[in-house]
Structures are given as C-alpha cells and as structure tokens.
Ligand binder design. Sequence first.
Ligand SMILES: C[S@@+](CC[C@H](N)C(=O)[O-])C[C@H]1O[C@@H](n2cnc3c(N)ncnc32)[C@H](O)[C@@H]1O
Length: 301
Amino acid sequence: MTQPVICLLLDSTALVRYADWNVDVMEVLQELYDDPNAAVGVPVVSLIEARAVVQGRDLARLDALVRLPECHDAAAGCGYGAEVSADTAGASYGSVRDAYDTVAEDYAALLPDTRAEAALDLAMIDAFAAAVGKGARVLDAGCGAGRMSRYLAGRDVAVEGVDLSPGMVARARRDHPDITFSVGSIADLPYRAGSFDGVMLWYSTIHTPPPDQPRIYQEVRRVLRPGGHLLVGFQSGEGVHDAAPSYRRYGHEVTLVRYLFTADEVSGWLTAAGFHEECRLVRRPAGVYPDDQAFLIARAG
Ligand SMILES: C[S@@+](CC[C@H](N)C(=O)[O-])C[C@H]1O[C@@H](n2cnc3c(N)ncnc32)[C@H](O)[C@@H]1O
C-alpha cells in the first residue's frame, strides 16, 4: 500500500507552542505514518492539539505566548490556532478558556442541540443563512461544542467553527466529525482577511468585558468579505453576572462572568467597525432564562 504524504508546515510560534505543551510532533507524525487511516481528513495540527488536551497539558499557559505580527497580513496568511496574546486579550480569557475546558463534557451533554433556543431566535439564524446564501462559507465563532454549527450546516451553508477552549473544540470534533473546528480567539481570528461570507457570534461575546468588545467586531470585519453578513446573539441588559453558580450545581468550580450589553451598545461597536445594521430582534425572557435576548444582523461595508 502506498503511504500518503503528510504535509506539515509549522511556523516558529507553533513549534514553541507545541514544545510548551510537551507534545512530541514527530511522535504524532510517526503514528500517522504507521496507521495512515487513523485520522483520514483530520488536519495534523488538530491531532497535535487533541494530544495536548488528552495529556492534560496546561493550556492556560498559552496566554504568555505572543502571536507573530504577520498573522494579520492577508498576503502572508495566518498561522494556525491563534493563541491569545496577553496584551490584546487580557488575563480574563485564560479563565474563560479554563472554565469551558472544565465544563465542556457537561455543556455538550446538557445542550446538545437548539432546544434552549426560542423559535424567534432560530428565525434570526434562518434569516442570516438566507442572507449569506446557499453554499456560503460561514464561521461559527465561539462555536463551543458545535451544536449551532450543526444547525447552520442544516441550513445549506458551508460552516466551520472556532473556539477559545480546546476542550470544547475536542468535543465538537467528536460530535460533529464532518465539520472543521479550530482553536482560536474571536479577538484574534486565525483566518485570512475576507475568508468568509458570514460570521455568527452566538453567545460567544458575552465573556468579554466592554472595553475589549470593539476589537472583536474589527476582527470579524477583517475576516468577512465586503458585503458579508454578521449575526450576533447575546443576553441583553446592563452589568455583569457571575456565571459560576450555574456550573457549581453540576460539581464544577470555575471562575466565569458574563457581561450584558444593550442592542444599541452592540450596534455602536458594529458601526465603528464598518458594519451597517440590517435588523435586530430583542426578545423578552422565556423559560428558565431571566434576561432579554438580543440578535443583530449586520452587513460588512
Ligand atoms: C455560552 S458558550 C456558547 C457556545 C456556542 N455558541 C453555543 O451556543 O452552544 C460561549 C462559548 O464562547 C467561547 N468563547 C468565549 N470567549 C471566546 C473568545 N474570546 N474566542 C473564542 N471563543 C470564545 C467559549 O469558549 C464558549 O465555548
């Protein structure tokens, strides 16, 4: 049998990262060579990341690493798996990542699909999918364990996901093997400029404090093609809530807060980043969720 060629290009940042995780890249490659059918169609970098998660490496230490500046250069392209730099993301992302790594399995089990969404919420996703069009390339940014990526895939768009938490990404890959998922931050997306026709931020901006919000919309604008669409969904209101108690009842001790924003506030950040708001929905509380929920669709100028 002919062995497939495995092509792996790693920049120096990635090599430092994998060394920091104590992942032996050559060992992963040797295993692939020995059993080429073990992970057909899975990017080698994903296998390396998965190895790091399995080995329980201290992924929070990624906060100390800094991305190469050329990763924002569309011509040069991005490195893979944008680690969050301490200066752009702030210390809070380390604890957000840790929190979701801790709860990933329970989160996926408790919220396997869209049953927590009201029909109106899903109608906004349907409208977004219609706006980007059949076959459009869409990024589910802050995809968690992939349940909303699955919903988007069912709307005839070509979806892929990215999330800060390697634990959530590992679970998404396991539950939705036909969809590509990567590790990265919405504040520093690991994609070239103009890569997507649509980006969805479904409750993934809620752990970012207000001063860091503009950066997210600038990043989303960068990876969208001109005329591309953004859908953002979040709890609407003011202030900051401690999200830890919801996880404590499942036996997890995490540090996690969520911020509430008004639709007008988000609209302001969108405008500043070069978007034109097309529509919004503010839905009153329903079921066990106490907050208003807001959804905005905007077009990249
Ligand atoms: C409430 S969960 C929502 C997940 C998913 N969108 C869903 O609806 O099931 C928030 C998700 O956002 C991710 N997240 C938070 N901050 C992020 C960031 N800066 N970059 C990427 N993902 C982030 C978390 O890791 C978590 O998976």
